[in-house]
Design a protein around this ligand. Structure first.
Ligand SMILES: Nc1ncnc2c1ncn2[C@@H]1O[C@H](COP(=O)(O)OP(=O)(O)OP(=O)(O)O)[C@@H](O)[C@H]1O
Length: 278
């Protein structure tokens, strides 16, 4: 669905932001895109959406160059941006006006999400809080039934109950055809939702694996004492001891702590690569 080849992007000549990035993404997946502040996640999403153009290399979506912004691509692509402004319409008016751009838009699905999020469709968009507006956009994006849904920090601004409602409606909207990309720092919000996981660091993809592969290759344990062992890839102190990541030599697949995985990859990239190479 998405084919990125040797993508180079910079906002100014002096500072390259995305460096020679190659990536293939397919339908039937909810990709989690993680990375530190400034890693280039939003820039990558904008290149995929055709909102920014590659300086070198190519970004193809559904077989077409994203920067061409062809109607057949745009009607299958929905972006939930981190920052947005909405017109002074009621939710009902908004959906009537904008849903026509998406051939498989389901009003039933949209109003179902509104109900889940406890929003009144007669409300004016400009009278909603940031989190409420975000819920409208999330509901709209899912109901668009676009095959490509790009979400930049979708859970920012959502209250605690809404985060589990978000997971529920995203999971129930996923199909074998649809490709969702969720860029986020809120790993707890997307736990048990995203798979595979992609980690960006300074404009490069440094990790791209399924959860199945991660649990085959790595073991996550909590120890009371600090473990000094060659097997230890990464450890960090946590409440009650140390969270430790080791190479999984037993073949038993255990649970994954996404936050610890992220920290271990960003701080011990070479060790992790070595393990995944074998
Ligand atoms: N419009 C812009 N003009 C110039 N530089 C920009 C612009 N937008 C982003 N950048 C720079 O590009 C780099 C990547 O930014 P980007 O927003 O893609 O990162 P990110 O991984 O999404 O970060 P965050 O997690 O903080 O949202 C940063 O160094 C940022 O300063």
């Amino acid at each position: 669905m998405i084919e990125i080849k040797n993508l180079n992007f910079s906002y100014s000549k002096k500072k390259p932001i995305i460096k020679n990035l190659n990536l293939e993404l397919h339908g039937g997946n909810i990709y989690g895109l993680l990375g530190k502040n400034g890693a280039g996640k939003s820039t990558l999403l904008k290149n995929i959406a055709g909102l920014l153009f590659p300086k070198q290399g190519s970004v193809k979506v559904f077989g077409y160059h994203a920067h061409q912004r062809l109607p057949q691509v745009l009607r299958e692509t929905y972006v939930i941006p981190e920052e947005f402004s909405l017109p002074s319409f009621t939710i009902n008016q908004y959906v009537d006006i904008y849903s026509v751009f998406y051939p498989r838009f389901s009003k039933e699905q949209f109003y179902g999400s509104l109900e889940e999020f406890k929003l009144d469709p007669k409300e004016k968009l400009t009278a909603l809080s940031y989190g409420q507006k975000k819920k409208v956009i999330i509901g709209f994006g899912l109901a668009s039934n676009c095959n490509l849904l790009l979400m930049d920090e979708p859970t920012n601004g959502l209250d605690i109950p809404s985060k589990s409602q978000f997971r529920k409606i995203v999971a129930s909207s996923a199909t074998e055809e649809r490709c969702f990309i969720i860029s986020t720092h809120q790993v707890k919000d997307v736990e048990n939702l995203i798979d595979p996981i992609i980690i960006m660091d300074r404009g490069e993809i440094i990790f791209h694996q399924t959860f199945e592969m991660v649990s085959k290759k790595l073991a996550f344990e909590v120890h009371k004492e600090l473990v000094e062992d060659d097997q230890v890839v990464y450890s960090q102190s946590v409440l009650g001891g140390y969270s430790v990541v080791t190479e999984n030599v037993t073949g038993m697949e255990g649970s994954i702590d996404l936050e610890i995985l992220f920290n271990s990859i960003t701080s011990s990239k070479d060790k992790i690569h070595q393990i995944f190479k074998q």
